[in-house]
Design a protein around this ligand. Structure first.
Ligand SMILES: Cc1ncc(COP(=O)(O)O)c(C=O)c1O
Length: 482
């Protein structure tokens, strides 16, 4: 994509779209924000949007839809079986992802459920570059274990490594030999590792994984939920692809996988999801689970309108001006925070900016959830809702012990084409203020802890009265400002 320079030398991202439908936001007073935190158990998942100013929880289902996606929804062909909307979607999957056989599911985790039910059993081991919460939960629920095999550089916060999501090839081979290929139902590669900073892997790395999959006769599964952005960073960072199109890069990547699955809430700015393959045997192995868990084979739990939006959204994933918007805003935010000394994952990746609670809240032990505390504190002083991506998001081990996360991050998601630059500047300003006052943030403890995926519905409380001290300092510095 051509660079757009400003005469004044400023280096800021420029929106290449116009806004024609808007939604009013509310910035409620800090006293109400404290009440909302108590009502929601200091868990940002349990806040209500009427109390949230900038919703940076996730990009899942929150990317802005295009005019063409909205228009396509009107031609939805509602039919239980054999809908024309589904035929259009099938064609889009083949055109964009290069896979002939497509099984629709209602969202990404439904694909993970089906893959796990079909292929994982007691004693299975699934190697992956890094886990995603729901992917891991489905594998372990079916009796399997996971092995995360990133290189050491993936865990370095302040780095300039372009592909921190790369699979550690040497460790992958070691672990396959150790556990024997027959116990490895598939290798899972996640595009733009969600939980550790939205970091991409290179095509070269994926080719190396493919070679090992071939050598040991193991299926290679690609989680393509964030594939568009991963492909965009391949274009920017991998020499071989600097003159390739998005379509070429995406096809190169999906061609290397036996099975591709995705959350359409992310990939195509719609709802829905899917599993696709060119292997008819795989298709047949999985087919029967769709009517059982999702719906008939031509809708899979997705409404026909969303199927139409998904079709257009898949083609739009190939548009560089669309796909580059979120990474360019993230880069702006990451670079601005970095200049102010705020520890933030570098290089900037996709999905969001990830601030490092382990450093910012070094005074809070992991047993008191520094990332959860930082996410709550940020909401309190700004109305910005981020997501905890640390130990609260981890699950306990089989003996009920805490498993502390490798990283304690607060993710500030930047959904595609949702925020303006002044809103991003507000984020930068309030995160900076909070960083300067970080010593006032205290820890959290669970008061309600669900056994599975506890981060969604769990309830916590502050370990002491730190919220009041933070509010007092906010009032001192901002007066009556919201
Ligand atoms: C990489 C990745 N895989 C799978 C999923 C699960 O998708 P869904 O939320 O649609 O169930 C997500 C969701 O955030 C994700 O980021």
């Amino acid at each position: 994509m051509q660079e757009i320079k400003f005469f004044n030398g400023e280096n800021i991202p420029l929106e290449l779209h116009k806004v024609r439908v808007v939604q009013k936001l509310h910035l409620v007073p800090i006293e109400r924000r404290l009440e909302a935190l108590h009502e929601g158990g200091f868990n940002t998942f349990k806040l209500k949007t009427k109390d949230v100013f900038l919703d940076m929880l996730t990009d899942s289902g929150t990317n802005a839809m295009s005019d063409n996606q909205m228009a396509a929804m009107m031609q939805a062909d509602d039919a239980y079986a054999g809908s024309q909307s589904f035929e259009r979607l099938q064609k889009a999957v083949e055109d964009v992802l290069g896979k002939k056989y497509y099984l629709p599911v209602h969202q990404g985790r439904a694909a993970e459920n089906i893959l796990s039910v079909a292929y994982v059993k007691n004693g299975s081991l699934v190697p992956m570059n890094y886990h995603f919460t729901t992917a891991m939960a489905h594998i372990t629920t079916n009796g399997g274990k996971i092995a995360e095999l990133l290189y050491d550089e993936a865990y370095v916060i302040n780095s300039d490594h372009p592909f921190k999501g790369n699979m550690n090839i040497e460790k992958l081979e070691e672990i396959i030999k150790l556990h024997e290929p027959k116990n490895v139902p598939f290798i899972r590669m996640e595009a733009s590792t969600n939980l550790i900073g939205g970091q991409p892997f290179s095509v070269k790395n994926l080719r190396d994984v493919r070679a090992l999959a071939d050598k040991y006769g193991i299926r290679l599964v690609l989680d393509a939920s964030l594939l568009g952005e991963n492909a965009y960073l391949v274009m920017k960072r991998e020499e071989e692809f600097k003159n390739s199109t998005m379509a070429e890069i995406i096809k190169t990547m999906t061609d290397l996988a036996d099975i591709v699955y995705f959350s359409a809430r992310k990939l195509s700015s719609s709802r829905g999801g899917g599993i696709c393959t060119n292997n008819v045997e795989v298709y047949k192995e999985l087919e029967a689970y769709i009517p059982l868990y999702e719906g008939f084979l031509t809708y899979g739990g997705i409404s026909s309108r969303e199927i139409e939006a998904m079709t257009v959204g898949l083609y739009e994933t190939l548009d560089e001006t669309m796909i580059s918007q979120s990474p360019s805003f993230i880069k702006y935010l990451v670079d601005s925070l970095d200049k102010k000394g705020v520890p933030v994952i570098k290089p900037a990746g996709v999905l969001g900016a990830h601030i490092d609670a382990m450093q910012i809240c070094a005074h809070i032990p992991q047993s008191e959830y520094p990332a959860g505390a930082l996410a709550a504190a940020l909401y309190l002083i700004s109305g910005i809702r981020g997501m905890e991506r640390g130990s609260v998001s981890n699950q306990r081990d089989e003996y009920g012990n805490e498993t502390y996360a490798d990283m304690e991050l607060v993710r500030l998601a930047v959904p595609r084409r949702v925020f303006t630059l002044s809103q991003i500047k507000y984020v930068e300003d309030r995160v900076h203020w909070l960083y300067q006052n970080r010593h006032l943030i205290g820890g959290l403890r669970f008061v309600y802890e669900p056994p599975v995926l506890r981060f969604f519905m769990g309830g916590l409380e502050p370990v002491n009265d730190w919220t009041h001290q933070l509010i007092a300092k906010f009032k001192e510095d901002f007066g009556e400002s919201l």
